[in-house]
Design a protein around this ligand. Structure first.
Ligand code: ZN
Length: 240
């Protein structure tokens, strides 16, 4: 079975569709939260996920979009984008986002947005946080997003290794426990503006990362048309 692992789509339908076209046929789509926020097409992204039968979890932007107090912790641009999202999304989108769980275990794989210790907010960005995270889930593999940076933390008999995957990097899933971050579909922040995602091949026990170019200019035009903050529009060019 091939599973698309998508995180931080952030209302970027054009990036999502480019990723789906590029990775080819998959048997399942799993998403790790922050479906909305920042970008211009929240309803259309949720519709696409429904069409695909995606399963997944809620991110901090999803919670904020449906009225959560998470918005209080956002910077001015993120807040403006969520306030716009709140105004425009359809009731079906609200219902979809509100129903997402914080944590999901599927096929013995854990899914969270931030970290297994603190699914909404914590960023797994260091060996210290990764070590604490390994104590907070029971499966061998935990998928998470939130940082917008592709990464793997692997527990090799107590030593935590960090791998930074690029396009085409393949990780073999063996007996060692791993925290796997596919990177962000809709707003990459590792200096590479291409959309990022991962595909799990359960027959081969492998995860492969993909970077996919998409029409950034079209997304920026859509953002401008609804008056989203200029800084959010500009950052897509740089992947930062
Ligand atoms: Zn995000």
């Amino acid at each position: 079975m091939r599973i698309a692992v998508l995180s931080d789509i952030h209302s970027n339908l054009i990036a999502l569709d480019a990723v789906l076209a590029s990775i080819g046929t998959v048997d399942a789509v799993w998403q790790l939260g922050d479906i909305v926020g920042y970008g211009p097409q929240p309803d259309a992204v949720v519709e696409r996920l429904v069409e695909l039968g995606a399963i997944g979890v809620r991110g901090n932007h999803d919670a904020a979009a449906v009225g959560g107090s998470e918005i209080e912790y956002f910077n001015v641009d993120a807040r403006r984008a969520i306030e716009w999202t709140r105004r425009v999304i359809r009731p079906e989108t609200v219902a979809y986002l509100a129903a997402l769980p914080e944590r999901l275990v599927e096929d013995e794989i854990t899914m969270v947005h931030g970290s297994p210790r603190e699914p909404t907010w914590e960023y797994v960005t260091s060996v210290t946080i990764a070590r604490a995270s390994f104590a907070a889930f029971a499966t061998r593999v935990c998928l998470h997003g939130h940082t917008h940076i592709p990464a793997v933390f692997r527990d090799d008999r107590g030593t935590i290794e960090l791998v930074t995957p690029g396009h085409g990097t393949t990780l073999t899933l063996d007996e060692r426990r791993v925290l796997v971050n596919p990177g962000s579909v809709g707003q990459p922040r590792d200096g590479d503006p291409r959309a990022s995602c991962a595909v799990i091949d359960t027959d081969r026990s492998e995860v492969t990362w993909h970077r996919v170019a998409y029409d950034i200019t079209a997304v920026q035009a859509a953002m401008r048309a609804v008056d989203l903050p200029p800084r959010l529009i500009a950052r897509l060019d740089h992947g930062l």
